[in-house]
Ligand binder design. Sequence first.
Ligand code: HEM
Ligand SMILES: *[C@@H]1O[C@H](CO)[C@@H](O)[C@H](O)[C@H]1NC(C)=O
Ligand SMILES: *[C@@H]1O[C@H](CO)[C@@H](O)[C@H](O)[C@H]1NC(C)=O
Length: 389
Amino acid sequence: MVSFKSLITTTVISAATLAYAQDSSSPVQGYSKKGFAANWNIPASGQDVYVQIQGPTSAGWAGTGIGSGMKGALIFIIYQDGNGNVTVSPRLGKGEFEPEYESTIQFELLGGSGIQNGLMTGNIKCSNCRSWDGGSLDVSSTSQNFIWALGNQKVTSTSPSQSLNQHVQNGFYGLDLTKATGGGSQNPFASLNSTSGTSGSGAAGSSSTGSPLTKADKVLIAHGVIMGVVFVLLFPFGAALIRLLNNRIPNAFALHRGVQILGFILAIVGFGMGIWRSELSDSHYQAPHQYCGTIVIALLILQASLGQIQHNLYLKTQKRTIWSYGHIWLGRFVIVAGIVNGGVGLSLPRADAPNGAIIGYSVVAGVVSVGYLAFYFWKERKREVGVSS
Ligand code: HEM
Ligand SMILES: *[C@@H]1O[C@H](CO)[C@@H](O)[C@H](O)[C@H]1NC(C)=O
Ligand SMILES: *[C@@H]1O[C@H](CO)[C@@H](O)[C@H](O)[C@H]1NC(C)=O
């Protein structure tokens, strides 16, 4: 619980702090992470869109795109041109593979672009980037989705259709575009000090790294929080309940059933949220987390059925049947599998979870597991021989 609270608190506080820190006089909104930085300006009138991309030359290429995932995104990539400047490559994402060069995008490379102190900077003005084959830019959005990525290869080319290797770092960000409108300058990045980006943050002068939570972010956080609460707290609690209360109160099974069915429904809701998020970035079934999660959900359906079946048989025979052992052991397995899969999901690069959240989750999961085992051995020792349910 601590972990998820701290995850949300950290996110909310940092978003709020950064929003506060924003320079209201500058109509440029930006994001920076791990050496990558992007700044956007959308003039209130006309069709132009300005984007500044920065990334370490060591990465080979740096790119950012308008969209929630690669599929359907309009992407700009920069790499060295071999003459101290950058080549700009506008592309359309068609899925999670190398985006295709799009020759119809009209853009201009502006002053301030170049290579300085190990940092590539591309200041780009695009005159037809508000809609494209596959998507469009909602200039009135307060949480427009963007994607970013950095490569890890040596690439120097003047060709905009240069073939590139897959990114080694990538992520999402959201920007409040209502704060990025206005200005109407010929080069909104001219006033940003892009020569001082040696710290690795690459963030340009007055723009901030503030990033409002997009709907996609919120759904992903909700997915994690719900699944964490269900598998780390609710299911183990429901399981311990029947061990503790059997032979003490008459309808212990009904209490157990109630708690576990509630957990089951929440798990299905959380599952749906995970699927929805993958749908958005066209990233279904790429990570083991997604496969294992689906198997865990399928096993939960079996688990609930086994629970009812073995209970009905128990009422007839007054004995544990093979179905009881099936339910008990599948239940223990599926809870542990769910907890482990949660940790795996939290550590996914695309989850972008702070280290504190991962550590918090591991600690809480460890404490609950050890606590359950301790409870179990304590129960076993004082168990009067006899069957249950
Ligand atoms: C899908 C959600 C469920 C999960 C995750 C789950 C999990 C578990 C676990 C782990 C145990 C063993 C506790 C232990 O000894 O460590 C257990 C026992 C039991 N469960 Fe469930 N359960 C679920 C649904 C149900 C349902 C729907 C029923 C219907 C009545 C049920 C009835 C029972 C009974 C009667 C026992 C005691 C079995 C015995 O000791 O012989 N469970 N459950
Ligand atoms: C890179 O190219 C742009 C556009 O031609 C130019 O304005 C800029 O000054 C160049 N940068 C360097 C470092 O030559
Ligand atoms: C930009 O940064 C450089 C190097 O840190 C510094 O010398 C220069 O004065 C800065 N310019 C502005 C406009 O802040």
